[in-house]
Design a protein around this ligand. Structure first.
Ligand code: UD1
Ligand code: MG
Length: 449
């Protein structure tokens, strides 16, 4: 008996592709159609980096989330199409139904949808009420509890493989146990907020989500037992192994696990429609934006990534696709944790005369910079991540805001908004290429096999 069916459940896979085309079409149609209703409901914002004052409908992430979640719900029966087929065959051959229904898989689906719904509610409330940091941070953590219980029910792995140089100290595997669950719940807070704080120029949030989702799809496709196969010779990258894609050598097959294929299929079912939604929305959010995603969009897409990372058991690979967000988060920490003043908006400064964007600044207005803040800013300045200056009149210290967008402007010079967003997209794509190289090419440096 073959270890795996030769193909993924084809009807479900094709249905998912079809649903993502619908997701694209619905989003591209609904966003401009519903925009005026959002403006009427006072869900609009001024584009900070333009000369005009026209209100731009905001929180259209709510439309994206609704399309996404409703399509995922409609997809549930398709995900179980093989069960229906088996039931039908059993009934016609044996006169009774003997297939075991995969309740586990249904639990995975339902808990994922629950987390996405909580993210939508939180994001929308944040758009309407501008919730404070300390109040909104715990919510995604609570939203992951259903996912974590499912992970536990599946006896999910809580071990981490120790890199080769540290093995004499710790051995090959460390079981993190409950700490691993803590890490996974923090992952959800990170994914939801890290896209939201890398924002403020047209197309930023949407394109980040799009690139990450496409990267995850490419990664999932590597694990499917395709009827044809090819090998990536990793020794070209310096590795001593080959990574096998598809065919009898597919990665899923090589690890001898049908489960692995199932998990990556699940990730595909959640990522394909997300790509449709993001691509459709990007059309309206691209410079000059006719619609803003709002926090709802950032929370839902972020939660979707956390969901697949946890449910498909690849949370560490997932983080590799968040390199620009991790960089931006670490850079932002002094502002987020109050060491350096954090203005309401950290978006670059728009100069009306030249039409270019310049780094925006944060000023130590009332209090002096603490020695720690001073030290951090000097180090950042030495690394060319910020530009420090002193206010001519008051003599107080000024720094450019601690965001990756400002870093681009500090290092590459002033540029137009669409050039800046293209720079961000290129960085995100380069980050994904690097992530693949690390994951499949260079892992041997740290780990054997
Ligand atoms: C986060 C950032 C904030 C940034 C803001 C921009 C942190 C801690 N917070 O705050 O620094 O200024 O996102 O989204 O890093 N806007 C534009 N052009 C765009 C997108 C948004 O001008 O392409 C403006 C609009 O006025 C819009 C507002 O940003 O109304 C939305 O800001 P919001 O998402 O509420 O800000 P936060 O997520 O709280
Ligand atoms: Mg926001």
């Amino acid at each position: 008996r073959p270890l795996l069916d030769p193909l993924p459940p084809v009807p479900a896979f094709l249905a998912s592709v079809g649903f993502s085309i619908f997701a694209f079409l619905f989003t591209i149609y609904l966003v401009p159609a519903l925009g005026p209703a959002f403006i009427k409901a006072r869900l609009s914002g001024r584009d900070l980096l333009k000369t005009y004052d026209t209100p731009i409908p905001e929180s259209l992430g709510l439309v994206c989330a609704s399309v996404y979640i409703l399509l995922l719900i409609l997809f549930i029966p398709f995900a179980f199409s093989d069960v229906f087929v088996n039931d039908y065959e059993n009934r016609s051959q044996h006169g009774l139904v003997i297939t075991e229904f995969p309740h586990q898989k249904l639990a995975v689906f339902l808990s994922s949808l629950l987390s996405l719904l909580i993210a939508t509610i939180l994001g929308f409330l944040d758009d309407v009420f501008d919730i404070r940091w300390r109040h909104k941070l715990p919510v995604p953590i609570i939203a992951t509890i259903p996912l974590l219980i499912v992970y536990y029910a599946e006896r999910g792995n809580t071990n981490v493989v120790v890199p080769l140089p540290l093995r004499p100290l710790f051995g090959t595997l460390i079981n993190l146990g409950p700490l691993y669950y803590l890490y996974m719940s923090l992952l959800s807070t990170f994914c939801t907020n890290s896209i939201n704080i890398l924002a403020g120029i047209n197309g930023a949030e949407t394109s980040q989500a799009l690139v990450i989702a496409v990267s995850l799809i490419v990664n999932d496709l590597l694990y499917l037992p395709w009827p044809f196969g090819f090998r990536i010779p990793l020794h070209l990258l310096g590795g001593h192994a080959e990574f096998n894609v598809g065919g009898p050598w597919s990665a899923g097959m090589a690890y001898g696990s049908r489960e692995l294929v199932e998990r990556h299929l699940l990730s595909l079912y959640f990522m394909l429609p997300l790509v449709g939604v993001c691509a459709g929305f990007l059309y309206h959010n691209w410079y000059p934006a006719r619609a803003f995603p709002g926090d709802t969009f950032c929370y839902v897409t972020g939660m979707a990534f956390a969901v697949v990372g946890i449910q498909a058991h690849f949370s560490k690979t997932l983080l590799l696709f968040f390199l620009p967000q991790i960089f931006n988060f670490i850079l932002s920490c002094p502002q987020l944790f109050g060491l350096v003043p954090c203005p309401r908006h950290r978006v670059p400064r728009f100069d009306k005369e030249t039409g270019l964007l310049y780094p925006s600044k944060a000023r130590f207005e009332k209090k002096l910079a603490s020695p720690l803040a001073n030290l951090i800013l000097r180090v950042f300045s030495a690394l060319h991540l910020v530009q420090l200056s002193t206010d001519q009149e008051t003599g107080q210290l000024e720094t450019t805001n601690l965001t990756i967008l400002n870093v681009f402007l500090v290092t590459l010079g002033p540029m137009k908004e669409d050039t800046l967003v293209k720079t961000l997209i290129s960085t995100q794509v380069a980050g994904s290429v690097f992530a693949f190289a690390i994951r499949y090419g260079l892992a041997w440096l740290l780990y054997d096999g």
